[in-house]
Design a protein. Structure first.
Length: 169
């Protein structure tokens, strides 16, 4: 199902995020499930409610319960569902869980410095840009990536929640 979502737009051809080709989907899922077993990740598939079709994935990662901090990422959507309310709703659900169930004090969102669409989307939901991690990751392509770090903290959550809810109505 995730292969079909990734095939919608051949998302694996992007160089600004990691979306596996069909032959790499199994290790991608296994990595997420290993993180689930270790308590460091909580992965999800994103399902379009109108037809119950899997259209993408997202996850909590770098779960640090002692610090009440988590990151949200590994998010990608089939091309036909990008720029729709689906990502907004997913972020609202994840952030609500992080702040209202886990009582997080901070949620991080990290993206490639070259991923302008992702950076703009993260800012639109109300996250604050904190800085750039230089030479942060080496991508499967071999490119060394600089990453932009954004966050939402607990004192900002009410305003962010209102903004996301209004965007969905």
């Amino acid at each position: 199902m995730l292969n079909e979502a990734a095939a919608d737009g051949e998302l694996w051809n992007t160089d600004v995020t990691i979306i596996p080709k069909p032959d790499g989907m199994k290790p991608y899922i296994e990595f997420a499930l290993d993180g689930l077993d270790q308590g460091t990740q909580l992965p999800f598939v994103i399902v379009r409610s109108s037809d119950h079709r899997v259209v993408g994935t997202t996850r909590f990662y770098e779960i640090r319960t002692q610090d009440r901090v988590v990151a949200i990422g590994y998010t990608w959507l089939a091309k036909s569902t990008q720029r729709t309310p689906i990502n907004t709703e997913a972020k609202l659900l994840l952030l609500t869980h992080a702040f209202e169930t886990w009582n997080c004090v901070r949620v991080e969102l990290i993206t490639d410095v070259r991923n302008e669409r992702s950076r703009a989307a993260i800012l639109r939901i109300g996250a604050k840009q904190e800085g750039i991690l230089r030479k942060h990751l080496i991508l499967p392509s071999g490119r060394i990536r600089d990453s932009v770090v954004f966050s939402i903290i607990d004192s900002e959550w009410s305003e962010v929640k209102t903004r996301l809810s209004q965007r969905l109505t």
